[in-house]
Write a protein that binds this ligand. Structure first.
Ligand SMILES: [Zn+2]
Length: 431
């Protein structure tokens, strides 16, 4: 087990996965390099037994799959799912905001970031832009990543707010506005950002119709700890899981059945979009594949309800300075294995049959794991597992690596846990 090499590959993926669009793009690049064939969501699915494919779902989600040489009587459908988005700031239309000579950018909060961790960081921009075209119903689309620090949100000096260390509430409209420039050219002061964006895309400013642009932390991932046993890195939620999905589907060793790695957008805002985990898109793709392979709808529905969903997202490790926040009997520590999550409220899709399956898989393939439950008087987290399993009535389980500082601009995990997670997903697609 090469913990270091796996961690370095994960950090590279975090650096490339700066928003859901670049995350999906990077996953598709690696699937393509591994020999997976691209299928158009709206095109003919020319699929065959023994084939390996991926579908670009509205540019920010990816469904990759391998079809076995034949289908068995049962246990055919296995799905590993994760999410491509992360909590951040989204740039609004008409973004230029001027105060004195400062050029600032109007943003709104996407998902649930820890706001103060976004201050005093080198920030960059990535996302998607739509451009004028000859076909009204098919504007040209471009994925863009500035890939250099262009904004920052400076803290107010302690001398101007003596109470800052008593805790301050940051206003989402007024305190989270990134500074982009000092206006020296009066002529372009009202569209300085759109001018900059047009130059970045090498297009005329008037050709830009609209955009979905996200501000991301430009910090790079680093090893931390006396023995470099930790990774401190932006976007570990949920790049660790996307990475395990991509690795797992590429290494899928099963000769029979239907292996699927689903990487959905919009988990951080509730999954309920056409490219989110609460979308019908995955069932549409699976049903079309079954039809193309010559199976009838009844066979598809039987296999669907006999399927298994492995919902992968990060989990809370016990915090060293606030250990009282952890459950009294389920205390999870970094580098001690994959976490299996359970909540009576059903915010996790897990039940004891599905946990039994995962535990047997862990025993057989020698994967370290631990179990998680929330403190009964604390609030619970949620994942894409429950919404996805209401659409796809199959056994499901929520798992993920343990981490600290979830939703901070820089999150923290143990080096070893990525290896355990990837071992488990590989086993899931191989057994
Ligand atoms: Zn997540």
């Amino acid at each position: 087990m090469d913990f270091r090499k796996t961690a370095e590959r994960l950090i590279d993926t975090c650096n490339a996965s700066t928003c859901s669009f670049t995350s999906a793009r990077y996953a598709m690049k690696r699937l393509s390099e591994a020999g997976f064939e691209s299928l158009d969501l709206t095109g003919d699915f020319n699929v065959q037994f023994g084939g390996r494919y991926y579908v670009n779902v509205f540019d920010s989600s990816v469904i990759a799959f391998t079809i076995g040489k034949k289908f068995a009587d049962n246990n055919n459908i296995r799905i590993a799912a994760s999410h491509t988005d992360h909590p951040c700031l989204a740039i609004k239309p008409n973004p230029e905001m001027l105060v004195k000579e400062y050029g600032r950018i109007n943003v709104e909060v996407y998902g649930g970031p820890i706001l103060n961790t976004w201050l005093d960081r080198p920030l960059s921009v990535a996302g998607r832009v739509s451009l004028k075209s000859d076909n009204v119903f098919a504007p040209e689309k471009k994925i863009v990543d500035f890939d250099r620090p262009v904004f920052t949100i400076p803290n107010l000096a302690i001398h101007m707010n003596r109470k800052i260390n008593e805790g301050i509430e940051l206003n989402r409209q007024t305190d989270m506005i990134p500074l982009a420039t000092v206006i020296e050219d009066e002529l372009n002061k009202n569209d300085f950002f759109m001018e900059y964006l047009a130059k970045e895309l090498s297009v005329a400013k008037d050709d830009i119709l609209d955009f979905e642009l996200y501000v991301y932390n430009y910090d790079k991932g680093q090893f931390v700890g006396l023995n470099e046993e930790f990774i401190s890195c932006p976007r570990l939620d949920n790049t660790t899981s996307v990475e395990s999905c991509v690795q797992g589907i590429i290494n899928a060793g099963r000769e029979e059945g239907f292996n699927i790695a689903a990487m959905f957008d919009n988990e951080e805002v509730g999954n309920r979009t056409k490219q989110g985990a609460a979308s019908s898109v995955l069932t549409i793709i699976m049903e079309r594949v079954y039809a193309k392979l010559g199976f009838d709808r009844d066979r598809y529905l039987r296999d669907l309800t006999d399927g298994f969903l492995l919902s992968i997202d990060v989990a809370h490790a016990c915090h060293p300075n606030r250990s009282e926040k952890a459950d009294p009997t389920n205390v999870n520590i970094l580098n001690q294995g994959v976490i299996i999550k359970r909540a009576a409220s059903q915010t996790y899709a897990t039940d004891c049959e599905s946990v039994g399956i995962i535990e047997q898989l862990c025993h057989k393939y020698d994967v370290k794991y631990q179990k998680f439950a929330n403190r009964s008087d604390g609030t619970t987290g949620s994942t894409l597992g429950s919404p996805a399993s209401t659409l796809m009535a199959m056994k499901a389980v929520d798992i993920g690596i343990p981490m600290l500082a979830m939703h901070s601009a820089r999150e923290m995990m143990g080096v070893k846990d990525q290896v355990y997670l990837e071992q488990l997903v590989n086993a899931f697609f191989t057994e």
